[in-house]
Design a protein around this ligand. Structure first.
Ligand code: PGA
Length: 264
């Protein structure tokens, strides 16, 4: 049984201005440093305009993520950000295929997979976000939807070797998945412990078939959707849940630090 490192990522979405972002980030770095979370990876996925400023303040205490990354190295893609651009300012990785990208900006499993592939090829972390709508869950399509989201994205990465997904540190693989049921995002209605564990267990078994049992046991799986200070513990105690992707409750640095502490 592999001891997977816990990972908690705050998703700042399209909130804050530069001043607030820098100030909140610095407060968070201090709180995390003092509390000492050695065996946990704590990260922030910040709006891209703040990234280069925040990179100077991480002091290796926080892992910095972008909220998206394009698959081409460069080109005529107005409004997009490339992986080499992120790498050049020392960003560690990116969220990919968040349900808001899928819902409002036409992200598909295939485009998400291409983005994941581009990150992994550059040795950067990639958190693929997946999850079903309420209608899909109610129609009994949960496993079908998740399998399709994962398989189509993985096939589109252009990577064949499982090692490309793990990278050089098996305790902290480059590739991870955030399971975020769409009906739980920003609604205050999180999945129950049982629902979340069931979905994560299914995802891990799918990865075991796609890659191998060994690789599936290394990959970190995060739960997302109305994770709060009060409920993080119940998710993190589930056998197949290795952390959380946190939206609203990550905006306040004190609250987010408390959430991370409650996850220990
Ligand atoms: P939430 O958002 O925690 O506000 O529900 C989660 C997410 O969108 O990643």
């Amino acid at each position: 049984m592999i001891n997977r490192k816990k990972m908690i990522i705050g998703n700042w979405k399209m909130f804050k201005d530069m001043q607030t972002a820098v100030s909140d980030f610095s407060i968070l770095v201090d709180l995390i440093r003092h509390q000492g979370f050695n065996d946990m990876c704590i990260g922030i996925a910040a709006p891209s305009v703040f990234l280069s400023e925040l990179c100077r303040k991480t002091s290796n205490v926080l892992t910095l993520f972008s909220q998206n990354a394009h698959w081409e190295k460069e080109g005529a893609f107005t409004g997009e950000i490339s992986v080499p651009m992120l790498k050049s300012i020392h960003v560690n990785g990116s969220l990919i295929g968040h349900s808001e990208r899928r819902q409002f900006f036409g992200e598909t499993n295939e485009t998400a997979g291409k983005r994941v592939g581009a990150l992994l090829k550059q040795g950067m972390k990639s958190v693929l976000c997946i999850g079903e709508s309420l209608q899909e869950r109610d129609s009994g399509l949960l496993e079908q939807v998740l399998s399709k989201q994962i398989a189509e994205a993985l096939n589109a990465t252009g990577l064949k070797n499982a090692h490309d997904f793990v990278g050089s540190n098996p305790l902290e693989p480059l590739f991870s998945i955030a399971y975020e049921p769409v009906w739980a995002i920003g609604t205050g209605k999180s999945a129950t412990e049982k629902e979340a564990q069931q979905a994560h267990k299914f995802i891990r078994s799918f990865l075991a078939e796609y890659f191998s049992q060994e690789v599936s046991e290394k990959i970190q799986l995060l739960y997302g959707g109305s994770v709060k200070v009060e409920n993080i513990k119940k998710f993190i105690s589930c056998a197949d849940i290795d952390g959380a992707l946190v939206g609203g409750a990550s905006l306040n640095p004190q609250q987010f630090a408390q959430l991370c502490e409650n996850a220990i």
